[in-house]
Design a protein around this ligand. Structure first.
Ligand SMILES: Nc1ncnc2c1ncn2[C@@H]1O[C@H](COP(=O)(O)OP(=O)(O)OP(=O)(O)O)[C@@H](O)[C@H]1O
Length: 244
């Protein structure tokens, strides 16, 4: 793994009115690395990754992505960075009125202009194959189980061949076995495509399977950092409470 930060958050602050969420957050993710962020509900994990893609604007601080400070970029330049980043939302964020095929094709057409229909079809099939869901191509989102929705959401993230993938609770709401399958899929994508990832999760099995490194967010800053086994063996009782 190369030790080159692809994402670097420096002294970032974010409040919503009186609610101070990020209070001088620092974190970095190296190229090819998979970072898991843990933290209690409401601790600001989603806000943190939304700041990385500029969906939420930080009040203060620097957020370097591919070497550019996204807090300072104009929309056109920010969009050039965004198209290199995949964002897997909690619910898959599928368009309910479109079939799986159309959901994927729409994302691809929006991302890469002037693609031929045959190329779109090929990439759609490949993305669904990558998540083991080729048979669902003509289904509507309402016909999919929670696990299938997550897989289609992942296929839609992968179809743009992102260099960075941000996963917001990829296994939430799934049974243990399906959750494990999604975690295994994340690891296999990581290995095959050498993506750089941030994974937000409350699922410790997912954290264990997918992380090179874990950071635990508390009170707007990183409270602890290490590998899964380092943190599992931490003397800090609060850190240990995540591993029980
Ligand atoms: N757009 C917004 N407007 C106002 N407040 C917001 C907004 N987004 C997030 N917040 C607030 O910021 C805080 C952190 O929210 P965030 O979604 O980042 O938590 P989280 O750590 O991801 O929680 P969970 O694990 O429950 O998903 C919460 O108090 C939330 O209400």
């Amino acid at each position: 793994m190369e030790k080159e930060p692809l994402i670097s958050i420096k002294n970032v602050w974010k409040s919503f009115k009186k609610n101070k969420v990020l209070k001088g957050l620092n974190l970095s993710v190296n190229k090819g690395e998979s970072l898991v962020i843990l933290g209690r509900s409401g601790s600001g994990k989603s806000v943190c990754i939304k700041c990385i893609v500029g969906l939420i604007k930080a009040d203060k601080g620097q957020i370097l992505v591919f070497g550019s400070d996204v807090t300072k970029l104009k929309t056109e330049v920010l969009n050039k960075i965004r198209i290199r980043i995949g964002f897997m939302f909690q619910n898959g964020a599928l368009y309910d009125s479109m079939s799986v095929r159309d959901n994927l094709a729409f994302t691809l057409k929006h991302h890469t202009k002037d693609l031929e229909a045959s190329q779109i079809e090929k990439q759609t099939i490949e993305a669904l194959e990558a998540v083991g869901l080729s048979e669902a191509i003509d289904k509507m989102p309402s016909e999919l189980s929670g696990g299938m929705r997550k897989r289609v959401g992942l296929a839609r993230t992968l179809i743009i061949q992102p260099e960075i993938i941000l996963y917001d609770e990829p296994t939430s709401g799934l049974d243990t076995i399906t959750a494990r399958e999604i975690s295994e899929l994340i690891v296999s994508i990581q290995k095959k495509q050498h993506t750089t990832s941030i994974i937000i999760t409350h699922d410790m099995a997912c954290a264990k399977a997918t992380s090179d490194r874990i950071m635990i967010l508390n009170e707007g800053v990183i409270h602890a950092e290490g590998t899964y086994s380092e943190l599992e063996n931490s003397n800090d009782e609060w850190v240990q409470s995540f591993f029980i």
